[in-house]
Every structure is written in C-alpha cells, then in structure tokens.
Ligand binder design. Structure first.
Ligand code: HEM
Length: 162
C-alpha cells in the first residue's frame, strides 16, 4: 500500500511535472515507442489529444491522494471514485483499444524513465519507489477491469441461474 511518505513524494514530484506536462508527455510517448515500437499502431496518428487525456488522468489520480484513508466510507460520485474510474479505464483499454496485459510493463518503464529524465535530482529513490507503487496499483486495477465486463458477468450469472 501507499504510505503518507509515498503520497507526499507523489504530490511534490507532480508539482514539478505539471508545468512541463506537455514536454513530459512528448518524452513519455517517444520513450514508449523506442522500448516497444509495436505499440505505436495501437494509437491514432495524432497523439496530441491522447497526451492531454493522459495528463488529465494523472492529475485526477494525484489529486485522489488527498483523500483521507477514511474517505472510502463517504458516498462518492461515480465519476470521482478513483477505483471505479480506473476499473472502467482498464476495461476500455481491453475492449476499445485492444491493449495486451504485457504492454503494462513497457508503459510503466516509459513512465519511470520520463520522470527520471524530467525531474533529475528531484527523482529520489523514495520518489521512484512511490511512483512505481502507484503505477503497479493502477496497472493491477486496470487489468481487473477486464474481468468487470458486463457481457461476461451476465453470461456467467445466467449460467448459474440454471
Ligand atoms: C496506468 C496506466 C495507464 C493509464 C493511466 C492510461 C491512461 C489512458 C487514458 C486517460 C486514455 C484516454 C482514453 C480513455 O480515457 O479511455 C488512454 C487511451 C489509450 N491508452 Fe492508455 N493508459 C494506461 C496504460 C496503457 C497501456 C499499458 C497501453 C498499451 C500500449 C495504453 C494504450 C492506450 C491506447 C492505445 C489508448 C487509445 C488511444 C486512442 O485510440 O485515442 N495505455 N489511456
């Protein structure tokens, strides 16, 4: 899980990344397609909208770090619920974008590389560890989204109805 120290490290480093978000997004995709050229064809030719959406999603995720550990007890709007948003994101990645599970490794490596390059000395071991954990949790949850497919569950339920 994430400790308060991890959350602080994420918040602090995001404050440095956000102002250079566009450059960071350029670097991220450049690095991703160097590491795994085959994934380029999964994306449209024009990456600009995708870069904006990725930055917006990362911003939302970082903001969710501000929730207190007890916040899960509160009624949260579906659009604001980090877990539901990330599950749905994972499901779109399988159903709409045909992203294989194996690609999460290359994307994680490209993300850490970008942060290292962009943040320089500010990318301390602690900060790296914090981002690696966050990415691991996100990737795990997104892959779970695949199991949350309506069709599959409905079929399974009907089969169990006898
Ligand atoms: C933590 C991991 C990831 C995050 C936060 C993330 C975030 C996003 C976001 C916000 C979008 C915009 C569309 C939408 O919201 O449905 C998107 C689209 C997409 N992502 Fe990811 N993504 C992740 C992992 C991956 C991985 C592992 C791949 C594999 C190469 C990938 C490939 C794509 C593709 C192909 C699209 C669709 C582009 C399009 O057709 O416009 N993503 N992603």
């Amino acid at each position: 899980m994430l400790t308060e120290a991890h959350k602080q490290a994420i918040r602090r480093s995001w404050q440095l990344v956000e102002p250079i978000g566009e450059t960071a997004a350029d670097l991220f995709y450049k690095r991703l397609f160097e590491l795994a050229p085959a994934y380029r064809r999964l994306f449209p030719d024009d990456l600009a909208p995708q870069k904006r959406k990725l930055l917006a999603m990362l911003k939302f995720i970082v903001r969710a770090m501000d929730w207190s550990d007890d916040a899960w007890r509160d009624t949260v709007d579906v659009d604001e619920d980090l877990f539901l948003v990330v599950l749905a994101l994972g499901r779109r990645h399988v159903d709409l974008y045909h992203v294989p599970d194996a690609s999460y490794d290359a994307v994680g490596a490209a993300l850490l590389w970008t942060l290292d390059y962009g943040l320089g000395e500010a990318f301390t071991t602690e900060t790296r560890d914090a981002w690696a954990r966050v990415y691991g949790l996100l990737a795990q949850t997104m892959k779970m989204g695949r199991c949350a497919r309506g069709e599959g569950s409905a079929t399974a339920l009907r089969a169990n109805d006898g």
